[in-house]
Ligand binder design. Structure first.
Ligand SMILES: Cc1ncc(COP(=O)(O)O)c(C=O)c1O
Length: 469
């Protein structure tokens, strides 16, 4: 009989030891994001971190070129953020979300309003990225309802995008590998092709293409009937499609199309927000002010879950009473605006602003770019380099001229080899990306690039039969 069946008399069993957490029999008790049977053969369990380094339970060190997953924006073990959390825990760790908010949440909302572009000055806090993209979808629908356009409900987003794993956010996402198993998804979501210039879905070339990928969105809205379309949601730089960095005209064109059709433009800045592209928001990097920005990940530096949806004044104003005809924004979660999370958010923002980490993201981004370009001179398999600031990636090809892809998921091999060599980066079958902490140094970036160089070389050597890849 399992001990839990002893019922309420049971005391908590002993914890298993750290070293045992890599054993398959114990790993069978937890789901992770991978195929468990494969992963458990060589599981990665992080035990400690500091600055841009992780150490796993076996004491192996990893250089974190991914800031966890674009989240540890101001470095692991950042004392300023830890002290802010500690102080907040001693004062107020939870406030009643159904009855109000707390000073820390209001302070952070006002700070964000100050630094956000344009009049994006009203903030809804949540915990996860998925929660704020869902909130943005709901906001768009409720906004149109409150302004007399209740028939506007459709959300247009892009293939290969990722807006989150809850069912609404997943319905907006365009990533086949993560969608199909959950279908059918919610109705009212349409997908268009992203601006993948390197492999234009329309067989065109920039700039003679005249940005078909953007103008077609206007045509889709027209075909669907503008009176049914609520919002267009895009990541300014698409991540999961392989760092899809749009041509400069793309986002301004989307802005124009949305304005012409009374459709809200939502930027999913869950990765690109909070300094990653070299400005606080990618909206500024591209010079386009959307109606809504969703941000998460780096906002709390990964110390506690925190996400935020920012909306323009003219939209927020619609939700401001009178109570008899207007319920306010109907959306919320238990942990929204947690004082501890908001204290972390304030400390992270201070750290970014006091140390000009946006500037550092631009400078280190140049170092990453120069390094990727050096690697592209050395390795023919690097077909393209894309991204901005500290969100940059490379695409692997077999033949640069034809852009034919390499067989056998070359990117996965390089990424796994990199892990073996103590480098954490984002890898996919055909691309790989860096997204280190905003306060990384040039020396650390150089070390990341050297480990990537070594890893690509070793995989190519293995492919040539010199040793196992
Ligand atoms: C662009 C983007 N949007 C939304 C999400 C969902 O965020 P979360 O995993 O915190 O729910 C992610 C997560 O990786 C993301 O990259």
């Amino acid at each position: 009989m399992k001990r839990s069946q002893l019922g309420y008399l049971m005391s908590l069993p002993e914890l298993i030891a750290d070293a045992q957490t890599t054993e398959e029999r114990f790993l069978r008790q937890i789901f992770v994001r991978d195929q468990m049977a494969e992963w458990s053969k060589s599981p990665l369990l992080m035990a400690k971190a500091d600055g841009v380094f992780y150490w796993d339970v076996n004491g192996k060190r990893y250089l974190d070129a991914l800031s966890g997953i674009y989240t540890v924006s101001v470095g692991h073990n950042n004392r300023r953020v830890i002290e802010a959390i500690r102080k907040q825990l001693d004062t107020l760790h939870f406030s009643p979300p159904m009855h109000g908010s707390n000073p820390v949440a209001v302070q952070l909302a006002n700070l964000i309003a100050e630094i956000a572009p344009g009049d994006l000055n009203t903030v809804k806090f949540e915990c996860a990225g998925s929660e704020v993209t869902e909130a943005a979808i709901k906001l768009a629908r409720q906004y149109h309802r409150l302004t007399g356009n209740a028939s506007k409900y459709k959300i247009i987003s892009r293939y290969q995008s990722w807006h989150g794993s809850t069912l609404g956010a997943l319905s907006a996402s365009g990533l086949k590998s993560r969608k199909t198993v959950n279908e059918p998804l919610a109705p009212g979501f349409l997908h268009v092709f992203p601006p993948t210039c390197y492999r234009c879905p329309f067989g065109k070339e920039y700039p003679s293409c005249e940005i078909t990928c953007a103008t077609l969105i206007g045509e889709v809205i027209e075909m669907e009937d503008p009176s049914t379309v609520a919002a267009v949601m895009v990541e300014p730089i698409g991540h999961t499609g392989g760092i899809i960095d749009p041509p400069p005209e793309y986002l301004p064109l989307l802005r124009k199309i949305c304005d012409q059709n009374n459709v809200l433009l939502i930027f999913d800045e869950i990765i690109t927000g909070m300094g990653r592209t070299g400005r606080m928001f990618a909206a500024e990097t591209f010079g386009v002010t959307p109606d809504v920005i969703c941000t998460a990940k780096g906002l709390s530096g990964g110390f506690v879950p925190l996400s935020a949806m920012l909306t323009r004044k003219k939209i927020a104003d619609v939700f401001w009473g009178p109570a008899a005809s207007n319920p306010g924004f109907v959306e919320g979660h238990t942990f929204e605006g947690s004082p501890v999370a908001c204290a972390a958010g304030i400390a992270v923002l201070r750290e970014i602003l006091d140390n000009d980490l946006c500037g550092n993201a631009r400078r280190q981004g140049d170092v990453v770019r120069a390094g990727f370009e050096r690697l592209a001179k050395k390795y023919e398999v690097i077909g393209d380099i894309r991204g901005k600031g500290l969100l940059q990636g490379i695409e692997f090809v077999k033949d640069r001229r034809t852009k034919e892809r390499l067989p056998d998921s070359f990117g996965l091999k390089v990424g796994r080899r990199a892990l073996g060599n103590g480098l954490l980066c984002r890898f996919d079958p055909h691309w790989l990306a860096f997204g280190p902490a905003l306060n990384c140094t040039s020396a650390q970036v150089a070390e990341m690039l050297a480990l990537l160089d070594q890893s690509i070389g070793e995989v190519l050597d293995g492919a040539a039969g010199r040793h196992d890849a």
